[in-house]
Design a protein around this ligand. Structure first.
Ligand SMILES: Cc1cc2nc3c(=O)[nH]c(=O)nc-3n(C[C@H](O)[C@H](O)[C@H](O)COP(=O)(O)OP(=O)(O)OC[C@H]3O[C@@H](n4cnc5c(N)ncnc54)[C@H](O)[C@@H]3O)c2cc1C
Length: 504
């Protein structure tokens, strides 16, 4: 029987970073992944030679000295993951009710560029930048302190909603909308999303923004290789069915093929509700189970993966955020008549000729209810009416794209699409939720989930702890790993040093 110090369930980014930190610190780690490809949201797929990213398109803070640069140094990713910097003068182009705005890179640049659209609001913009810098690092973990969640619940950054904050910042509604126009990055809700989440993400990208070249699976592959080098093992196609417990702790997992794996400790990288479905233990009280099972999750999406005809579409080194109205909020409450209220469109970095885009991805919100009637079906076997549904949605999005980029349809060679069911079946998130649990400033104790479970040697990690995205998940992995390695040391090495790399 296989036996590990630590078993990790799921090889999403959170599971892999935990595996890396713990393996590097001498623990024997075994990672068990349900899919045939590791990575969770970092999975890619290839059609006619083009690699498409599914859930990791761009990252931030990658200049020497910035946070992700240091994290990449710790994780030994610099030499294995290629990045391409987005346009410094405008890495986000925002089309709002027919007007266009730009987010420029670097705090000063960001302020000066938006001040051209809002000349009377320069002081507001300076305050905004200073606020998000402060609130982005408000989690105690950045101060090398254990994350005491009950203290964090009452932190200004958590109990203040993004809507309240913007109202206090400026009465200029147009500027409020522009500052929150990338809220699709966190499926934001004006009355619920804590300022912390908004600040963490906007601050991350404003410092510097980069596309991943050739697919986010380069991150996965590099992490898996390192974990193996440290003596750990990563298994794919190994769905975990149950976490077995005695009266006081977890003892083993049972895989779908019946194999039993023992360990001293267990970390689950799956959605907490999915984890609880694997657990039938008296250690889990009914009230805790109900809380986790009923927590609200972020909305899902419908995505187009587009292959362009060669040398027809000039490569756009920026992301395009489209809003049909002047209101960036409430887009997830669309009706069948006005879908989509917004979308993001981005080119992938060309591999042959930087002048022309080879492919692009368009992401729109979609409620799970729209596909619920096919929820008992599985990939590739959902029937003809599902195909017709997808074709109809695809057509609506392509018309919208043509409207925003006249002539583009003529230059499209092939379009593939995915629905909330695809996301659900590839990542295991409930109802294909994009970013897992929706953090709610009105109910921080219910929606900011602790990495501790009620089983003393079972922990959570990943986007449902702390926050989602490459930075949020990295923070979650450090929080979980601090159960096993000295927190101050790991925080210091992980976030604040680059191992002398920038001096090379
Ligand atoms: C469309 C989209 C675009 C995004 N774009 C970006 C971006 O540009 N930049 C960014 O920073 N972030 C982005 N994100 C967010 C980011 O990808 C995620 O927050 C992050 O990758 C989540 O990692 P995770 O470890 O929490 O979980 P996941 O990636 O969800 O991994 C969980 C893993 O657990 C496995 N699993 C589930 N059940 C079982 C089981 N029973 N047994 C074994 N394994 C199991 C799953 O198969 C999966 O591999 C995007 C997300 C989406 C959906």
């Amino acid at each position: 029987m296989k036996k590990y110090d630590i078993v990790i369930i799921g090889s999403g980014l959170g599971g892999l970073i935990c595996g890396y930190i713990l393996g590097k610190n001498g623990y024997k780690v075994g990672i068990f992944e349900k899919q045939n490809q590791p990575g969770g949201c970092l999975q890619t797929f290839v059609r006619k030679g083009i690699t498409f990213d599914t859930g990791m398109h761009y990252v931030g803070s990658m200049e020497p000295g910035q946070l992700l640069y240091n994290i990449f140094s710790y994780l030994n990713l610099h030499d294995n993951v290629r990045l391409h910097r987005l346009d410094k003068a405008g890495f986000e182009h925002i089309s709002l009710n027919g007007k266009e705005y730009r987010f420029a890179m670097g705090y000063e640049n960001f302020v000066e560029t938006l001040a051209q659209s809002f000349p009377k609001e320069r002081t507001t913009l300076i305050k905004y930048v200073s606020d998000i810098k402060k609130f982005a690092t408000s989690s105690p973990i950045f101060n090398r302190e254990i994350l005491a969640l009950n203290e964090f619940y009452s932190h200004e950054a958590v109990k203040t909603g993004i809507g309240e904050y913007l109202d206090s910042l400026t009465g200029n509604k147009e500027l409020q909308n522009v500052l929150s126009s990338t809220n699709m990055l966190y499926a934001g809700n004006r009355d619920k999303t804590p300022l912390y989440i908004h600040a963490l993400i906007n601050n991350f990208y404003i410092q510097s923004a980069w596309r991943i070249v050739g697919g986010a699976n380069s991150i996965t592959n590099s992490l898996c290789n390192s974990i193996q080098r440290f003596g750990g093992e990563v298994f794919t196609g190994t769905e975990v069915n149950t976490i077995n417990c005695n009266t006081s702790k977890a003892t083993s997992i049972t895989l779908a093929n019946g194999e039993i794996i023992e360990a001293k400790y267990f970390i689950s990288n799956t959605h907490p509700a999915v984890t609880l479905n694997m657990l039938d233990s008296s250690l889990i009280k009914k009230i805790y189970r109900e809380r986790i099972m009923n927590v609200e999750n972020t909305i899902s999406n419908f995505v187009l993966y587009i292959e362009f005809k060669p040398d027809t579409v000039p490569y756009a080194n920026f992301n395009f955020y489209k809003y049909k109205s002047d209101n960036v909020w409430g887009c997830s409450s669309y009706t069948s008549n006005d879908w989509p209220r917004n979308y993001i469109f981005m080119h992938q970095v060309p591999l042959k000729n930087m002048r022309f885009a080879e492919s692009g991805v368009l992401i729109s919100y979609m409620k799970f209810d729209e596909v619920i009637k096919w929820s008992d079906t599985y990939l590739g076997k959902r029937g003809p009416d599902y195909k017709l549904f997808k074709e109809a949605k695809k057509e609506i999005l392509l018309r919208q794209l043509e409207n925003d980029f006249p002539g583009i349809r003529n230059n499209i060679k092939e379009v593939y699409s995915s629905s909330p069911l695809t996301l659900r079946d590839y990542t295991g998130t409930k109802n294909g939720s994009m970013y897992g649990i929706l953090k709610d400033k009105n109910y921080p104790e219910r929606t900011l989930i602790s990495h501790h479970t009620k089983v003393p040697n079972l922990f959570f990690t990943g986007q449902n702890i702390n926050s989602h995205g490459i930075l949020g998940v990295a923070v979650s992995a450090v929080i979980t790993s601090s159960e096993f390695v000295e927190l101050k040391r790991v925080v210091n090495d992980f976030f604040y040093t680059d191992g002398g790399r920038s001096e090379k």
